[in-house]
Design a protein around this ligand. Sequence first.
Ligand code: KIV
Length: 275
Amino acid sequence: MKNTILTFKKAKEDGKKLSMLTAYDYSMAKIIDESGINGILIGDSLGMVVKGDEDTLSVTLEEIIYHTKAVKKGAKNALIVSDMPFLSYHVSKEQAVLNAGRLIKEGGANAVKLEGGANVIGQIRAIVNAQIPVMGHLGLTPQSVNAFGGFRVQGKSEETAKKLIEDAKLIEDAGAFSIVLEGIPAKVAQLITDSVSIPTIGIGAGANCDGQILVYQDMLGMFNDFVPKFVKQYANIGSVMTEAICSYISEVENGSFPEEKHTYKIDESELNKLY
Ligand code: KIV
């Protein structure tokens, strides 16, 4: 069954946890979708895990559209949420609506996600008014890495925690259907989750959010440049891949690959004409 924003709403009402993962291509989206995930995010984390950058800031709208198109073809049931990259919504409400619209029209997303609180409420309201579902994103919002002075856990003081709670309420009031809470203390995430009627999706925000999201390369053990504290590696696919690739290399080198069963045939009569 196709997950929609109504699935997200009902899950919060029923106290059922929501699961989300990122994906950036067709094959991976298909595997994740067929596993029964609620939502797939084409995250601007692709700047780091696909492009190899140090942060997410260089990601463009065109790149998110390109990857959304691929994910869309592989994911039949998950709600598809596309990230709005840095500076694709900060300039004006008009810019935000037009760019969110491109993610829907050209990429095929079902919803968009953008980072920020009070500073982007006008944009959230304008996008929602254009009939595009919005997922908010608060806490350690990676597009603010320079403003934060690094990737730092947010909401650790009374003042900053209160601001996160206020921002979450503003985001709900502006019409968002859900909010990602990233890199904040679990107790603060719980307070936010209890303060809003839309589902919170946590990453590094403890177990009391309404759902969880992880970057798939992190949870499958495929990205080891750094492994944040909040990541659980459910498998070590990176080493399985290395092992398989090493076997391939040695079989190519010793001539045991390809075998007869991997090769195409030509009729003897046709072959003889070539000599
Ligand atoms: O870009 C991304 O993948 C994200 C998630 C980590 C929430 O924003």
